[in-house]
Design a protein around this ligand. Structure first.
Ligand SMILES: [Mn+2]
Length: 317
């Protein structure tokens, strides 16, 4: 059932002790919104626990450092920024059909929860949560402000993408007004700093970038061998997908990450009008119009050929 802010606020007030589910390959928005719900519940004297199928990247440790993991029997299951139960990874089987409240901003939300607050116009799940907090008469404290800011800033690419609406700027303005934290330092943490491994990885993949379809389709590849030779782990390289679009003539930027011997995870980004959601759907995946992904099986050469073929068809549309 679709619900409004008011109903979501009411459910949060009455949810009892809760588990908070966030999506696999966690990003700033699901971590920020998960931690915001955690703080809300804790402030109301409830127990709260965040469950994620993958480890939280250390880049976000500044918003998770006051998280305390404790075991308890939950009264409710809440999910944030999770459009589909497949994104729950190893928790799908146990909790996928038991979610009481889902707060999300993906238009593709499958309405798997008993109650769903989904706002497709919101830049981030954290933006939706801000509205819920308002409904609850809660002014975000410094900790919540850092979480909400992190979600909005990361999902808008530091306010660069088209989803950086006037409303999202208003929310950030209001958060800044009532909090006392160093936002420049957060931005540096989220968007600027890199480990030595990441720096080495960026130069390695840029150096070997491939240019297809007259340079309109650019492609970088991270193989397991490359990860190993540079001593970098998969969790450290979530920022690579923007690199292929840095080339001036690129329309579609493709990042290929090897999963195992014969499977590759693809991230696709569109610079202008090409719909990469459609292209990835034709390859068995999906996502947003300008940022989508899929998983392809085969040898690396086969995978690249499939991608170029699908991108070429997608460009003609
Ligand atoms: Mn999000």
């Amino acid at each position: 059932m679709n619900i409004d802010y008011k109903k979501a606020a009411e459910l949060l007030k009455n949810c009892g002790n809760a588990y908070i589910l966030i999506h696999q390959s966690p990003d700033g928005d699901c971590i920020g919104s998960g931690m915001t719900v955690y703080h809300i519940l804790k402030s109301m004297g409830k127990k709260a626990r965040i469950l994620c199928s993958d480890d939280i990247p250390k880049r976000y440790s500044f918003i998770t450092e006051d998280y305390i993991d404790e075991e308890f029997e939950p009264d409710s299951i809440i999910s944030v920024d999770v459009a589909d139960t497949n994104l729950l990874g190893k928790y799908k089987e146990q909790y996928g059909d038991k979610v009481d409240l889902c707060i999300d901003h993906h238009i593709s939300n499958t309405l798997y929860a008993k109650n769903t607050l989904v706002c497709p116009d919101a830049s981030a799940a954290c933006e939706v949560l801000f509205e819920v907090l308002k409904e609850m008469d809660i002014i975000p404290d410094n900790r919540m402000a850092a979480c909400i800011y992190t979600g909005i800033a990361t999902d808008t690419g530091c306010f660069k993408y088209e989803n950086a609406s006037s409303r999202c700027h208003e929310i950030v303005a209001s958060i800044k007004k009532y909090s006392d934290i160093n936002y420049a330092q957060i931005n540096r943490r989220l968007f600027d700093i890199k480990s030595r491994g990441q720096l080495k990885m960026e130069s390695a993949v840029s150096d070997k970038m491939e240019y297809y379809l007259d340079g309109k389709c650019t492609m970088i590849t991270v193989t397991l061998d490359l990860l190993e030779s540079l001593n970098v782990d998969l969790g450290e390289i979530d920022g690579l997908a923007g690199i292929p679009l840095q080339y001036e003539d690129a329309e579609v930027g493709v990042t290929i990450k090897q999963r195992d011997e014969n499977s590759y995870k693809i991230s696709m980004r569109s610079a202008n009008d090409v719909n990469v959601s459609d292209i990835c759907a034709s390859l068995g995946g999906g996502g947003h119009v300008k940022a989508a992904g899929c998983l392809i099986h085969g040898t690396l050469e086969e995978v690249k050929a499939k991608i170029v073929n699908a991108v070429e068809k997608g460009m003609k549309k």
